[in-house]
Design a protein around this ligand. Structure first.
Ligand code: NAD
Length: 321
């Protein structure tokens, strides 16, 4: 069985092993494949039966040109890069990794928040540059420092990652409220469910953890920002298009929103002219919430198990049944 991994680098930049796949067939790994070059994608897949992709699109034209494909494994939770309906019509299962990094993503949301509250790296750099040595006082700080205890964290989308984030916020003695279309009992143990408008009005920190759906796209917009407290902090490590970026930029520059921590933006990698790059108090990281080694190792194991289950005739985590 020939297995082709089209874009393995972000999953395994060298600190993990592809051995699990190697044990299942003849493996070829490409670090990256051009996303818009179907001819190259077709050439690289060739006569392989198994295709593993993370962000390289598998469009209809690719299925048509590569009749040997029997299985597509996506190295991520979101599988919209694959034309899974065409795959289905050809009897090709597409699998995903439903969950692998819940705690890491929750941890990262709080890491962005703590950075906004303390600017640890900035102050350490300042000390290494000699500013403490030459300081007339026993301490100095360059940003307002913020205590979280007693403040309210509002979480939009209170599923796995939202609840993980909520548990950490509670450990910091924050009050946690949540808005979710489908409240559940596990969530009620951690937070009080409220309406979206109540959440917007009551929260000192708003953290986004809902998926990107037509109903959630642009949920952070001018109108909803106007309903928030002055000086609110906004966190987003879910999906960039949840935020209307120009509206957030305006609100950061006016001070209505005190700060934002973003691990995702509308177009990734970020475009050089993204307005948020010049907004006040805006921390932006390059979509790394999912990427601790522990999470990627879990993802790798599940991806290998998905393929094994297919080979054994009992496919699991199939998204196009
Ligand atoms: P989940 O399915 O467990 O939770 C999502 C929650 O959102 C559910 O409780 C659902 O009821 C709720 N929801 C759906 N529609 C809603 C709406 N219109 N308004 C409010 N709530 C709504 O998913 P999860 O595992 O917690 O992941 C959440 C998101 O995190 C993913 O969709 C993904 O976009 C993002 N994510 C980001 C990274 C990263 O590296 N930055 C990694 C993994 C996941």
């Amino acid at each position: 069985m020939k297995i082709v991994i089209l874009d393995g680098y972000t999953e395994n930049p060298g600190d993990l092993s592809w051995e699990g796949f190697e044990n299942l067939g003849e493996l070829t790994v490409y670090d990256r494949t051009p996303l818009n070059d179907d001819d190259e994608i077709i050439k690289r897949i060739g006569d392989a039966e198994v295709v593993i992709t993370n962000k390289t699109p598998i469009r209809k034209v690719v299925f048509d040109a590569c009749p040997n494909i029997k299985y597509i494994g996506v190295l991520a939770t979101g599988y919209n890069v694959v034309d899974y309906e065409t795959a289905k019509s050809k009897g090709i299962p597409v699998t995903n990794i439903p969950t692998y990094g819940t705690d890491a993503v929750g941890q990262f949301a709080i890491a962005m928040l703590l950075e906004i509250c303390h600017h640890v790296a900035h102050h350490s750099d300042a000390v290494h540059e000699g500013r403490w040595t030459s300081c007339p006082d026993f301490c100095f700080w360059d940003y307002p420092l913020i205590e979280l205890a007693g403040k309210t964290m509002g979480i939009i989308g209170f599923g796995r990652i939202g609840q993980s984030t909520g548990r950490i916020a509670k450990a910091l003695n924050m009050k946690v409220i949540a808005y979710d279309e489908y409240p559940n009992d596990a969530g009620k143990e951690i937070a009080e469910y409220v309406s979206l408008d109540e959440l917007l009005a009551q929260s000192d920190v708003i953290s986004l953890h809902c998926p990107l759906f037509p109903s959630t796209e642009g949920i952070i917009n001018k109108n909803n920002i106007a309903k928030m407290k002055d000086g609110v902090i906004i966190l987003n490590n879910s999906r960039g298009p949840l935020i209307v970026e120009q509206d957030l930029c305006d609100a950061l520059n006016s001070g209505k929103v005190f700060a934002a921590g973003l691990d995702v933006v509308s177009t990734e990698p970020i475009k050089a002219d993204n307005v948020l790059l010049k907004a006040k108090n805006c921390i932006i990281t390059p979509h790394i919430s999912w990427a601790p080694k522990e999470s990627r190792a879990r993802l790798m194991n599940i991806a290998v198990d998905n393929l094994k289950a297919f080979v054994d005739g009992n496919p699991i985590n199939v998204v196009n049944k």
